[in-house]
Design a binder for this molecule. Structure first.
Ligand code: ASP
Length: 593
């Protein structure tokens, strides 16, 4: 028999009780976290959003409540009336450990099946089970804390941007394609058969139009949708802090974001130094082998191609050879070195060479091919010391106009930084990356494509090269990076219609195609568009880093798997044939490979 809530009101949260509450009469409500039956006494840990309180049912003092408590099981929902008393022996493990509640009445509000995994932070359940029973998974204190942290960060961001004069303005979800380099999620129209809305990959065009509308400063905490092959740190729908400003200098935008990040970090107890450093794209690629460098440790890359000059043919070397110095790795076992080589190969290395430096000299399988002299010179050039291992790599893939060996070495650097414990987890190294190229070559499309999106501004002096040498055009784009992650990217935009039209042409669009896809923007740009620029930051990533989590799924209430599925709601799912009919859609029987 279940009780009803009736007019019963909660007086306290379970996790809030302290010694100062002793002798108070309280009403608590929540879930049975654990139950111990000692015969005369039954103990339950009662859990709510704030924590756990110990409840005692005493057979002698309150026989009725005690008898009812015998029926309790894990995750039953209860209301307990009782009196707070000081415990004889405090439990220092929990914040409420100095007190317990002597129950006078128990209301059993609902029962529960035995959950498939215990509601505890250390769960053994597979992620699939956790996601299938997400409502139970979300009961875990750690996920509660992550959800709360996310709320506080978003709230603080809204406050900060409001104080800086930004308006939060909603933009449509049912819209048309906004190119951000991914596939669109399409929504068929019932009213207009054969036509589709696209879910926004970002509010990019709308926010630019808001600037043309004179809104001056816009922001939005907004969902974006990108249908791409998922990687561990991507979700098909994700949240951005999106913003745009009129008449901005690059520094003005940076200043806004630095303030936003400073306050968001403070919410998580992380102190941030403003202003953030500025680094050039080519420079970070050369030094760290990444456009989102982890600046919490050194281990910079060295181009050692020259030392391999004599042996290029023998060693079948293509492209450059990049090296990093792994401090202390001379003590590594054969197995550890093999694992390193394995990691480098899966990062795209064609060859991995290691040179061990010890007090007795240098040892490497390269000695035969390069000669001891050249090896010694290389070790001196990269400042390797006894105890170190020099790790040199070449890349398997060679791509025109880019040095792929840098990316491979960059990943080897990260691998070594982790393995050798060189990363100071207490450091928060923000940096702005600027100096990006406007275009990158797409092998699949055999065409120059936007490195960011086609609305990114062009450095004025490079305008003339737009039609003749696009690869030389520099962009007005920038990225914000933190500890090896890209937090967001943005740019000063193109605000002249003629330049935007030339840009579309450079991207291989005919006038007709440009008009058909972006005519409304091209038109809007002819009616007094102010210079403008902005940025979007990834909320999920920011919260993930500040929560100290490794997966985005730990900071999103209802995330999707890497196969883009919601295992709890079971989506995507088949639909009723009648619905398809209404939409004028027939499903092709395709052969699934
Ligand atoms: N729309 C861009 C993005 O989603 C950000 C921007 O340029 O403001 O990455």
């Amino acid at each position: 028999m279940l009780d009803t809530l009736g007019n019963l009101k909660r007086t306290h949260y379970a996790g809030a009780l302290r010694a100062t509450d002793a002798d108070r009469d309280v009403v608590l409500m929540g879930w049975v976290h654990r139950r111990r039956d000692l015969g005369q006494l039954i103990f339950i840990d009662l859990r709510d959003r704030t924590g756990i309180a110990q409840i005692v049912f005493n057979k002698e003092q309150h026989p009725e409540a005690h008898a009812k408590a015998e029926h309790l099981r894990s995750e039953y929902v209860v209301a307990v009336e009782g009196r707070v008393v000081k415990r004889q022996k405090a439990n220092p493990e929990i914040p409420t450990g100095e007190v317990e509640v002597i129950a006078t009445r128990l209301h059993i509000l609902n029962n529960s099946k035995t959950p498939p995994f215990p509601i505890e932070d250390e769960v053994n359940a597979t992620e699939e089970t956790r996601l299938r029973y997400r409502y139970l998974d979300l009961r875990r204190p750690k996920l509660h804390a992550n959800v709360e942290l996310r709320h506080r960060i978003v709230l603080e961001t809204r406050k900060t941007l409001d104080e800086l004069g930004f308006f939060e303005i909603e933009t449509p979800m049912l819209t048309r394609s906004t190119p951000e380099g991914a596939r669109d999620y399409l929504v068929p129209s019932r009213v207009h058969h054969g036509r589709f809305y696209a879910l926004p990959q970002s509010p990019q065009i709308f926010k630019q139009i808001l600037m043309i509308s004179g809104m001056d400063r816009y922001f939005q905490i907004v969902k974006c949708f990108r249908d791409e092959d998922l990687r561990a740190d991507r979700q098909p729908e994700f949240t951005q802090v999106d913003l745009e400003m009129s008449f901005p200098t690059q520094d003005a935008i940076f200043d806004v974001i630095e303030r936003v990040m400073e306050r968001a970090c403070a919410v998580a107890g992380v102190n941030v130094q403003r202003p953030f450093r500025h680094l050039d794209y080519k420079e970070v690629l050369r030094r760290y082998g990444s456009d989102k460098p982890d600046l919490r440790f050194g281990m910079e890359l060295h181009n050692v191609t020259e030392f391999f000059a004599a042996a290029r043919e023998t060693l079948h070397i293509e492209g450059n050879v990049q090296a990093v110095v792994a401090p202390g790795a001379a003590a590594w076992s054969r197995k550890q070195i093999d694992e390193l080589a394995e990691a480098a190969k899966s990062a795209g290395a064609k060859s991995v060479y290691t040179v061990k430096v010890t007090g007795d000299g240098i040892s490497s399988s390269l000695e035969k091919t390069l000669g001891a002299d050249a090896l010694k010179k290389m070790c001196d050039a990269v400042s390797a010391n006894p105890g170190d291992v020099v790790v040199a790599v070449t890349s398997k893939d060679q791509i025109p106009h880019s040095d792929t060996s840098l990316n491979v070495a960059g990943q080897v650097r990260l691998y070594l930084g982790n393995k050798l414990n060189l990363i100071d987890r207490g450091r928060w190294e923000f940096a702005w990356i600027t100096g990006f190229a406007l275009f990158e070559w797409s092998e699949t499309e055999k065409q120059w494509v936007s490195a960011q999106h086609p609305f990114t501004g062009i450095v004025e002096e490079d305008l003339d090269k737009l039609d003749t040498a696009p690869w030389e055009c520099r962009s007005k784009g920038y990225d914000l990076v933190l500890n090896g992650y890209e937090l967001g990217s943005g740019s000063i935009r193109i605000h002249r219609q003629d330049v935007q039209a030339r840009m579309f042409k450079a991207l291989g669009l005919t006038d007709e195609q440009a008009r058909q896809r972006f005519g409304f923007l091209l038109d809007a740009l002819t009616y007094g568009a102010p210079p403008h620029g902005g940025i979007a930051l990834g909320v999920d990533r920011i919260v993930m880093l500040l929560a100290g989590e490794k997966s985005l799924r730990e900071v999103i209430a209802f995330p999707k798997t890497t196969a883009a599925q919601d295992l709890m709601a079971d989506s995507p799912s088949p639909v009723d044939p009648a619905q398809l009919d209404e939409l004028g859609i027939a499903i092709k029987e395709t052969q699934r490979e």
